[in-house]
Design a protein around this ligand. Structure first.
Ligand SMILES: Cc1cc2nc3c(=O)[nH]c(=O)nc-3n(C[C@H](O)[C@H](O)[C@H](O)COP(=O)(O)OP(=O)(O)OC[C@H]3O[C@@H](n4cnc5c(N)ncnc54)[C@H](O)[C@@H]3O)c2cc1C
Ligand code: FES
Ligand code: FES
Length: 453
């Protein structure tokens, strides 16, 4: 049983917790607005907004309903496009899309409106720029984005939020209907229902496993790691940063402590998937899915991270045993990842080259943690993705670079050593030769151009 508020209605559904929310929505005749496109988190047509009771009231974010299991909306407010108005009126974004001709076939439009509304509900200081950022997971195939940007700017240029009264302010401006002011109390009144997890499948954010196994999971009751509070923390003590496995990439971006320790991380994470995916994707899932181009895994390798699995602490570079093979038994849970706070003065430089700048996985990504003083490198740790069956620590290249004076010769020798350490394959993201060139260019850029891009 799953009990939630669907728009303005208390709703209880008897279904497997693993059923994608999109499939439930599409089976409801009165909810035709949410569209099914790719079913892979790539197009944003299925975007809904989910409000979850949190420490500061109901916390809303836009997510892809195709990758969202029903079990994850238990006790929550599910908002579809139909829930943004109660009559025939249009919200300011809908009106502006209409006036600016920002919608032609209209297939992408509900998803865009939901992303934009999610930004108003869930971003600390919504602005034109955060509004456009919030559309990084929404693809339009016929209108083009110039009209969309015009429509968004029209609304956001006039937008202001009364401090401390977000919901009231958004209701007053017509972005959400009045029933939103009752949601917090109504969520508390929902019947408390639980479904025991009967299937030994771990689902964290679901943004990887639902792309691979949506049909298989539809009838299952998996173990939801996001329900485990013991996996949700970001803390620093005794010179070590520790991050719980169920922390999302969105929460990493929002962490003030991480922003101080790793100043470029927040911006770099904008290049990792999309707003909808980052709201759900976890650090643990990024490590365990063991993609050779997993962005967080590559960053964490450079940071000399270790993972906690059961009672063991395993250096991350020893955790990857081969393509999708981990030093972890089936059924074990990765609980946290930790890394030493980098010395003051050290730089974490992270680079990613992909076919598209946003919402794309890397052809090659790399990170380098280093210090440099008067043209001489201190200790260097270099990692790369897309150049081996696993996210790779380039131990020999890092060791060579440590203590070297920066020069053409140093860079060329480092590149030659790196080429010996890697084994890229040719695939849809580029030939092995191209990937080799990308890594060489990235090593040069890390050394000569400094921090995170
Ligand atoms: C559209 C799209 C774009 C993407 N772009 C990027 C990108 O730019 N960069 C990138 O790196 N990735 C990207 N991804 C991949 C994915 O979003 C990330 O790897 C994400 O961090 C996976 O985390 P999750 O919590 O969603 O994992 P899930 O899908 O929940 O889990 C992945 C696997 O790990 C297991 N698992 C998860 N957590 C644990 C744990 N704590 N212990 C044991 N097992 C666990 C699950 O059983 C499952 O097998 C993208 C995905 C999509 C759909
Ligand atoms: S259907 Fe394309 S992102 Fe969900
Ligand atoms: S309006 Fe047709 S896909 Fe965007």
């Amino acid at each position: 049983m799953i009990s939630f508020l669907c728009n303005n209605s208390e709703t209880t559904v008897d279904c497997a917790e693993g059923l994608p929310v999109l499939d439930w929505i599409r089976s409801q005749p009165h909810l035709p607005g949410t569209k099914e496109g790719c079913r892979e988190g790539d197009c944003g047509a299925c975007t809904v907004v989910v409000g979850r009771p949190g420490a500061h009231g109901v916390e809303y974010s836009a997510v892809c309903s195709c990758l969202l299991p029903m079990g994850e909306i238990n006790g929550c407010h599910l908002v579809t496009i139909e829930g943004l108005t109660t009559g025939d009126e249009l919200t300011p974004f809908q009106q502006s899309f209409y006036s600016e001709g920002a919608s032609q076939c209209g297939f992408c439009t509900p998803g865009m409106i939901m992303s934009l509304t999610g930004n108003l509900l869930g971003t600390e200081r919504p602005s034109s720029s955060t509004a456009m950022e919030s559309l990084d997971g929404n693809i339009c195939r016929c209108t083009g984005y110039v009209a969309v940007k015009r429509a968004v700017d029209n609304v956001m240029n006039r937008f202001s939020l009364k401090s401390g009264q977000r919901i009231e302010s958004l209701i007053e401006d017509g972005h959400i209907p009045p029933y939103f002011s009752t949601v917090e109390e109504r969520l508390k009144q929902l019947p408390s229902v639980t479904t025991p997890n009967t299937d030994s499948i771990a689902v964290a954010g679901g943004t990887d496993i639902y792309v691979r196994s949506s049909e298989k999971l539809s009838g299952k009751n998996p173990e939801f790691l996001t329900r485990r509070d013991d996996l949700k923390f970001i803390r620093k003590s005794n010179g070590t940063v520790e991050i719980g496995a169920a922390v999302t990439l969105k929460q990493l971006r929002e962490s003030q402590m991480l922003a101080e320790i790793l100043p470029g991380l927040k911006d770099f994470l904008l290049k990792v998937s999309s707003t909808q995916i980052r709201s759900r994707a976890t650090v643990g899932g990024n490590i365990v899915n063991a993609s050779p181009i997993a962005d967080m895994a590559v960053i964490l390798l450079a940071l000399d991270a270790a993972v906690a699995v059961s009672e063991r602490s395993i250096p991350l570079h020893r955790f990857y045993l081969g393509y999708k093979k981990l030093d972890m038994s089936s059924g074990e849970i990765l609980t946290a990842v930790s890394f030493p706070v980098p010395d003051s003065g050290s730089v974490l430089s992270s680079l990613k080259v992909s076919k598209r700048e946003f919402l794309d996985i890397a052809s090659v990504n790399s990170s380098m943690l280093f210090t440099v003083e008067k043209g001489v490198l201190g200790s260097v740790r270099l990692s790369a993705g897309g150049v081996a069956p696993v996210p790779l620590l380039l131990e020999k290249t890092g060791a060579f670079l440590s203590g070297k004076t920066i020069s053409e010769e140093t860079i060329n020798t480092a590149c030659a050593i790196a080429v010996d350490e890697i084994a890229p394959i040719s695939d849809i993201r580029g030939s092995s030769e191209y990937k080799t060139q990308l890594l060489k260019a990235q090593i040069r850029a890390h050394i000569t151009r400094g921090p995170n891009r």
